[in-house]
Design a protein around this ligand. Structure first.
Ligand SMILES: C[S@@+](CC[C@H](N)C(=O)[O-])C[C@H]1O[C@@H](n2cnc3c(N)ncnc32)[C@H](O)[C@@H]1O
Length: 254
């Protein structure tokens, strides 16, 4: 007896979203290619609940980072001051901060599809209208889609540490990133970084201290005590379990 024929698997054309109506596969595509990326493209499993949230909630609360438009943050957030969070992971800490401070809008960006679905669900379940989720490379968002002086804060919590020396060029917190970030932050706005990777903490402190547009909020020029408003993040919890020491850095744009 011959085997029953299996239907041919559907091969999604490049750029077609995995979830109809949801985030695009590679929103900036080739027109804004960045050769060195601070993230690793991952094909992670998306749960049914996350997929449902991506398809249903993305059209209203999601934005693809296509690098082709300037975002009107005032219209998106009904005039709230807006903080950009780069790399929210699964989004639990983001949702907590949005709930704790409804007077601030959070533009939360990541490339991680399960996390985008998770954060949309958390926002809906908790009635958080001050979160928008951006899909794609935060560098393109900053460079191409945000107006100068448009952010009241920038949060980078536990960015990928890229521990191998040959990967250090992928680390987000570098002088060129700070040049760009400084132009998008309003004067006086705070850049808040946290990491559990000691050598990266040292690098952050060094490049931030040396940058002419930023000044340390700590008079002694060192790390900051962990601010109460920053919840424990998922990645941080994993670091603490391994005995890592967490450092916060808070620098103000001059
Ligand atoms: C190590 S995880 C930390 C996630 C979360 N902040 C936490 O503490 O649990 C870093 C996240 O940053 C995201 N990321 C790295 N570079 C990015 C970029 N250029 N634009 C947007 N997201 C980025 C990664 O996809 C990843 O989800």
């Amino acid at each position: 007896m011959s085997e029953p024929l299996k239907p041919a698997p559907y091969i999604r054309p490049k750029g077609e979203p995995r979830f109809p109506g949801g985030p695009a596969a590679d929103p900036a595509g080739s027109h804004h290619e960045r050769r060195i990326r601070s993230f690793q493209p991952r094909r992670s499993r998306v749960t049914t609940g996350q997929a449902e949230a991506l398809e249903r909630l993305w059209p209203q609360w999601g934005t693809d980072i296509d690098g082709l438009r300037t975002l009107d943050l005032d219209a998106m957030f009904d005039g709230l001051p807006v903080v950009l969070e780069i790399g929210f992971g699964m989004g639990e800490a983001t949702a907590q901060m949005a709930a704790d401070d409804p007077a601030t809008g959070i533009l939360a960006t990541d490339v991680h599809t399960p996390g985008q679905g998770n954060l949309l669900r958390l926002a809906e379940q908790n009635g958080l209208s001050n979160i928008r989720v951006a899909n794609g490379d935060a560098i393109i968002l900053l460079r191409e889609m945000l107006k100068p002086d448009s952010l009241t804060g920038l949060r980078v919590y536990f960015p990928d540490p890229w521990p191998k020396a040959r990967h250090h060029k992928r680390r987000l917190i570098q002088p060129e990133f700070l040049d760009l970030a400084a132009t998008r932050l309003a004067p006086g706005a705070v850049l808040h970084c946290a990491t559990d990777w000691e050598p990266y903490a040292g690098q952050m402190l060094e490049v931030l201290t040396a940058h002419p547009d930023f000044v340390n909020t700590q008079e002694d020029g060192g790390y900051a005590p962990r601010p109460e408003f920053r919840p424990l993040t998922r990645f941080e919890g994993q670091g603490l379990d391994k005995g890592h020491v967490v450092q916060d850095l808070l620098f103000r744009r001059r």
